[in-house]
Structures are given as structure tokens and as C-alpha cells.
Design a protein around this ligand. Structure first.
Ligand code: SAJ
Length: 429
């Protein structure tokens, strides 16, 4: 049985580790967070993702996956740790560096080391150099010599899976395989062939790093276009959702959806890695980031205008996660909006989100904020702020908001079928 060491058991590492275990690998997952290791060893996923719990339970109960704080000797290592940014929108590679150093004593001739974390161009090379410095007894690849004899294969194979559809995409998506040398690419492809049914595309490590950043920057720029349209439409009094829907009837137009802003740990972060590498040339990518980062403020201004018409408004906020149908609050623009409203005087806030069990930590201290179900939110609020289009919210009939003021940043009430279904006052953002 092949042994795999997965460093980082978060949103990418855990599903990937469980998938390898399901294909017969002996998987040791490594995480610096003891609570994460404990949950996994009890067979509990520490976040919600469709079918993950089932896959994990099977992997743990068959002893094919276990979690611990330290790496061990293995045939293959995958590093899937966070790559956030720090002040000045500069990439923070400390987790990748620490993970690399932690595996260095354990790699041996024949090992394969893969970096899956989304990383700035040059990171895989830097990872190989770190390993080489720690292990002078082994030969590591360099980008300069494709045919050199090496002991350890090193590659960048960026993850591309979409939260909410991770397990399906893990298997079905094409993969970019960026080996430091051709032999490294081949070794990495052989590993992923154990479960990937999509195609594996070979390239070099630097191109693979850039491709991944480009994918997320593409999405960010396109969401920024939609968000900019929404703010223009708000000013000129056009329903942006209807306008986009109609524009998309053109065979070569495919505009994405506006929203409360762009959240999560990927799209809102990765474009900065490109801007950091080539600031003068990345004007569009930087502007897109700025447009998307400004969108929550635009939504807040609209809520403020409506709230000012009430003495003590009760504001129901629908959705706090970073996107629909996930329980992930990381960099959530919706949560940021609710946190801001909670600072206002003389407002009461009802938070309604079927994906969270309790109020997020950042809101618990606020006495004017309560977590409620959808029925209570509807009954007790003056203003409905629609922030995330969770599936259950999409079932709510527009006429339920008839006597309310609505700020719709999620497109939930777009183009009501009958005019009489329209709320008393609605701002579509
Ligand atoms: N959003 C919009 N309008 C849209 C689509 C998304 O406002 O039309 C918002 C979402 O609400 C959310 C943010 O953008 O706040 C990001 O959501 P997302 O679904 O676009 O992407 P992520 O961050 O969940 O996952 C992305 C994916 N990348 C691409 O689609 C190019 C995923 O495939 C990557 O694996 C992931 O980043 C990652 O880990 O890099």
C-alpha cells in the first residue's frame, strides 16, 4: 500500500486526503491545530461539504486515514496549507515554508513532493531549494536542468475545486501538472491518476503557478464587472439582475452575478499575488479587486439610507456566509456588512442563516443582534437585507416581503413575476 502524507487538513487537504484513502492509500494527515486532528481521528469533518462526512467516516473507520501534528516518512507528500496575504497585499508564505521544513527530515530518495496551495510564481522552486538546503544528502530538481538525475520529484499541482462541489470536482476537473522537470510531472500525474478522471495537462512549475492565479483573477475581474454594473444600475434606477439576464441572451455575452462582495480565501486573495509580482502591469486586476472590495460599502450605504427612515429599525439580515450553500465565514462580505450594522445606534438585527448554528464569534457580544429562523425574521423585521442566496432563501416567495423595505444584494427578489408581488420599497444591488 502506498503511503501519502498530506500537510494541512483544511478545505483542500481534508477532502483530498479522504479521497486518496478511499483509493487504498495509507494516508497520514498533518495539521498544527490539535482540535482539527482530534475531530478527524474521531471521523468528524470540521466543516460542511456535501458527501465529505461520509468519505471521511469510511477513511477513518478503515484506518486508512489518521491525523497527527508531525509528518512521517511517506512515498508522496502534498502540501495544502493556507497562503494568505499580509499587510500591503503581499503574499504570506510562512505556512508553506514551515510545512516544507517539517517534511524535509522525512523525504527520501524516491519521494514525490507536491505543492497544492495557490502560490506566487517561483514558490515551487523556492520549496525545492529549501528542501535541498535541509537535505544535502539528496538530489533535488532545479528549473535549469530538466534531465538532471534527481532523488526527489517536486511539482506544483494547484487545487481547483469549488467549495460546495469539492468531491465531484476533485475527481472530474482537469488538473494542471507543473513539474520542476518532465520526470517530476510524470510522477505527479501518476499519483493523481488514482482518482482524477479529468485530463492532466503538463507544464512547468512557474506556468502552473501562474495559471492558478490567472483562473481566480479571471473570476474576480468578471465578478467586478457585474458588481460595477450593479452600482451603476442602482444610481440610474435599472434592475441589474434583469439587465444581466437579458444581456446574457446574447450568444457571446456571459456576465456573472453581482453580490454583497467577494469573499472566501481564494478569489479575494490570489489576484493580489499577480499585482505584487507586476504592479505596473496589473492595472485591471488591481481595479477589479478594489471594485469588489468596495461593494459591501455600497450595500451598507443603501441599508443606512433605508434605516434612517425608521426610529428603531429592526433589520433582518439573510445570510452571513461568504457564498450560497456553504457554512464558510472566511472573509465573508455579508458578515462584514452585519458587523458594521451592529455598530450603529438604535438598530436591532436579526441574523438568519440556515448554514450556521450560532451567531459568529464577532457578533455574540452585540446585545442588539439575535440569531433567528426565517419565519421570525420575516415576522419581526422592518427591513429585509438579502445578502446570500442560499437555496432555502430562493424558495421564499417575493410576496412575503410585501410590507417591508428590502435591500436585495443577492438577487433573491429579482424580477418578481407579478407587479403586485413587489415589496413596498426595494433596492436591488
Ligand atoms: N461571487 C459573486 N458572483 C458570482 C460568483 C461568485 O459575487 O457570479 C462571489 C461569491 O459569493 C463569493 C466569491 O465570489 O463571495 C467567490 O466565490 P466563487 O464561488 O467564485 O469561488 P470560491 O472562492 O468558492 O472558489 C474559487 C474557484 N475558482 C474559480 O472558479 C476560478 C475554485 O475553483 C478554486 O479552487 C478556489 O477559488 C480556490 O481554492 O482557489
Amino acid at each position: 500500500m502506498k503511503k501519502l502524507c498530506m500537510v494541512g487538513l483544511g478545505y483542500i487537504g481534508l477532502p483530498t486526503a479522504a479521497m486518496f484513502a478511499s483509493r487504498g492509500f495509507d494516508v497520514v494527515g498533518v495539521d498544527i491545530n490539535p482540535a482539527v486532528c482530534e475531530a478527524i481521528n474521531e471521523g468528524r469533518a470540521h466543516f460542511h461539504e456535501p458527501d465529505l462526512q461520509m468519505l471521511l467516516s469510511a477513511a477513518v473507520s478503515t484506518h486508512r486515514l489518521r491525523a497527527q501534528p508531525e509528518p512521517i516518512e511517506a512515498d508522496a507528500y502534498i502540501i495544502a496549507v493556507p497562503t494568505p496575504f499580509r499587510e500591503g497585499n503581499k503574499p504570506d508564505m510562512t505556512y508553506v515554508e514551515a510545512a516544507t521544513k517539517s517534511i524535509a527530515p522525512h523525504v527520501r530518495a524516491g519521494s514525490l513532493v507536491i505543492l497544492e496551495s495557490t502560490s506566487p510564481v517561483g514558490s515551487t522552486e523556492a520549496m525545492a531549494a529549501t528542501l535541498a538546503a535541509a537535505r544535502p544528502d539528496l538530489r533535488f530538481p532545479t528549473l535549469k536542468d530538466n534531465s538532471a538525475t534527481i532523488d526527489v520529484h517536486v511539482a506544483h499541482c494547484p487545487e481547483r475545486i469549488l467549495p460546495g462541489q469539492m468531491l465531484r470536482e476533485l475527481v472530474a476537473n482537469d488538473r494542471i501538472i507543473g513539474g520542476m522537470t518532465d520526470a517530476c510531472s510524470k510522477a505527479a500525474q501518476e499519483l493523481y491518476a488514482n482518482f482524477v478522471s479529468g485530463r492532466c495537462h503538463f507544464t512547468d512549475a512557474r506556468t502552473a503557478e501562474f495559471v492558478k492565479l490567472t483562473e481566480n483573477a479571471f473570476r474576480d475581474v468578471n465578478i467586478a464587472f457585474a458588481n460595477e454594473l450593479s452600482m451603476i444600475c442602482d444610481r440610474i434606477g435599472v434592475d441589474v439582475w434583469a439587465a444581466i439576464q437579458l444581456a446574457n441572451r446574447h450568444p457571446r455575452v456571459n456576465i456573472l452575478q453581482p453580490g454583497a462582495g467577494v469573499g472566501g480565501h481564494c478569489i479575494a486573495v490570489d489576484p493580489w499575488f499577480i499585482v505584487d509580482a507586476a504592479p505596473e502591469e496589473s492595472r485591471l486586476i488591481r481595479t477589479a479587486r478594489e471594485v469588489n472590495d468596495h461593494k459591501p460599502m455600497h450595500v451598507l450605504n443603501s441599508i443606512r439610507r433605508h434605516a434612517d427612515r425608521f426610529k428603531t429599525p429592526v433589520i433582518a439580515c439573510y445570510g452571513v456566509t461568504y457564498k450560497p450553500d456553504v457554512d464558510d465565514l472566511r472573509e465573508s462580505p455579508a458578515l462584514h456588512i452585519v458587523e458594521e450594522i451592529a455598530r450603529w445606534e438604535n438598530v436591532k438585527i436579526l441574523v438568519c442563516d440556515p448554514f450556521i448554528e450560532a451567531l459568529p464569534k464577532s457578533l455574540v457580544a452585540n446585545k442588539n443582534v439575535r440569531k433567528v429562523d426565517a419565519a421570525t425574521a420575516l415576522k419581526e423585521s422592518d427591513i429585509a437585507v438579502l445578502l446570500v442566496s442560499h437555496g432555502s432563501f430562493r424558495q421564499i416567495e417575493a410576496n412575503q416581503f410585501l410590507n417591508k423595505v428590502v435591500v436585495d444584494a443577492a438577487g433573491l427578489l429579482s424580477a418578481p413575476r407579478r407587479v403586485e408581488d413587489a415589496p413596498r420599497s426595494v433596492s436591488r444591488l
